[in-house]
Design a protein around this ligand. Structure first.
Ligand code: FPP
Length: 224
């Protein structure tokens, strides 16, 4: 899910942008529960992009604080619900306090199998692909990888998402018709649902509707 529209929601309600993100946090909770109820096995949320570091310092700090709080406050709930927390992105860019909170939650939830909740943090698809190429180039240089043996699977194994299946459905809230550097490789055959609903207003019913839209699609994967 590309969770967009927190800022617009805040503006609409004459509130500071951070209040929009706080309201967005409640949507995260609702949608994680809805995903479990609907039997979704993997849910990836685009929470912070590599581009988002360019936002005003105050907003970046606010988001990082929010993130740290969510992980700390929701850890026991995640364990109770059987949620495995994972991340994709440049975890090394995150403030140390956030990283420690994350790493501890990842470790504590790693045995859970009900839902993999994957937070894209300091994530960018192009940087992901670039880092994968660097990794493969290093292996070629070390004589561990034969360039002629590089397959699509080889590339996939070098992405942050190795071991995670490609998404079947991509949801974007708040109406914008763009991908914003999100999982470019992985969404090759994903169905796309864009809803005008702003992320803080997005709830269980909207999620169910996106799933119903998805279920009505005829997926051909390039066949006929
Ligand atoms: C996009 O809205 C949203 C973000 C950049 C941050 C998403 C963060 C949360 C929902 C907070 C909690 C998240 C987790 C996973 C704990 P925007 O600010 O770009 O909105 P705008 O386009 O209307 O300005």
């Amino acid at each position: 899910i590309i969770m967009d529209g927190n800022g617009r929601w805040a503006k609409k309600h004459h509130l500071p942008r951070l209040s929009g993100h706080e309201a967005g946090r409640k949507s995260v909770k609702r949608v994680v529960q809805a995903a479990i109820d609907h039997g979704v096995r993997y849910l990836t949320l685009y929470a912070f992009s590599v581009e988002n570091w360019q936002r005003p310092r105050e907003e970046v700090q606010g988001l990082m604080g929010l993130l740290r709080g969510v992980i700390r406050e929701e850890l026991s709930e995640m364990s109770k619900e059987g949620i495995r927390l994972r991340t994709i992105g440049r975890r090394q860019d995150l403030p140390e306090a956030v990283r420690e909170e994350l790493e501890s939650a990842i470790e504590k939830t790693k045995g859970h199998t009900k839902l993999d909740l994957i937070l894209a943090l300091s994530y960018g698809s192009r940087v992901e692909i670039t880092e994968a190429m660097q990794g493969m180039a290093r292996e070629v240089k070390a004589g561990k990888l034969d360039p002629d043996q590089i397959r699509e699977e080889t590339v996939a194994e070098h992405l942050y998402t190795h071991g995670i299946p490609d998404p079947d459905l991509l949801i974007r809230t708040s109406g914008e018709m763009r991908i914003s550097n999100f999982m470019l490789w992985q969404i090759s055959y994903a169905e796309i649902v864009v809803t005008p609903v702003l992320w803080p207003d997005f709830g269980e019913e909207d999620f169910a509707k996106a799933l119903a839209d998805y279920a009505a699609r005829d997926r051909r994967f390039g066949g006929i």
